[in-house]
Design a protein around this ligand. Structure first.
Ligand code: GAR
Length: 201
């Protein structure tokens, strides 16, 4: 089966969606390793519970030791390359990857999940920022996407885009829950899409 290396930074509910899809046969793949840039996050427990190996590589020890982000990115790339991935999935991975990193993957596709529509609310706290924009009357709905990762930040081609409604009675938690539910579906969908492209090459 194709090998998917999953990168996380937190709760890992989207990692769980991939694990569940593999378990129920919706996704025919293996996850040889999960890599987190933060120690002690719940996503690492999810990996352990599924019998998946995990590694933690945090940026802080690098910066504390006077090392650069480039050195971090190149060690991160090494960890991933060693796992021989057919596909790299960024599932809530909150670290912007440099060209140094991306250059190590000239042929391996990398995809990223982002809780906003293309061109909107790039970067961190996207759901909060969409909610605030809605409250100011600037947007009527938001969305979720999975896109290819290329060197230009958030410049990669969207693979799956889904609109998510915002209701007048929503609080932030309600909107987050609605968005996460859609994410769990489209991440599996986009992963399957890329895997089927790889298989047909
Ligand atoms: C998800 O909402 C994902 O879209 C977002 O982080 C969350 C991770 O949740 N990613 C980004 O904001 C990327 N810029 P999870 O840890 O439960 O999967």
């Amino acid at each position: 089966a194709p090998r998917i290396v999953v990168l996380i930074s937190g709760t890992g509910s989207n990692l769980q969606a991939l694990i569940d899809a593999i378990a129920n046969g919706t996704l025919k793949a293996d996850i040889p390793v999960v890599i987190s840039n933060r120690p002690n996050v719940f996503g690492l427990e999810r990996a352990a519970n599924a019998g998946i190996a995990s590694k933690v590589l945090a940026l802080k020890p690098y910066t504390n030791a006077g090392k650069t982000r480039t050195e971090y990115d190149s060690d991160l790339a090494r960890l991933i390359v060693d796992a021989k991935p057919d596909l790299v999935v960024l599932a809530g991975f909150m670290h912007i990857l440099s060209p140094t990193f991306l250059n190590q993957f000239p042929t391996t596709p990398i995809i990223n999940l982002h809780p906003a529509l293309p061109g909107q609310f790039d970067g961190a706290r996207a759901i909060e920022r969409a909610f605030e924009a809605y409250q100011r009357g600037e947007i009527k709905h938001t969305g979720v996407m999975v896109h290819r990762v290329i060197q230009e930040v958030d410049g990669g081609e969207p693979l799956v885009v889904r609109e998510v409604e915002i209701k007048p009675e929503d609080d932030l938690a309600a909107l987050q829950a609605r968005i996460h539910a859609v994410e769990h579906v489209i991440l599996v969908e986009a992963t399957n899409k890329v895997l089927s492209e790889i298989a047909s090459v």
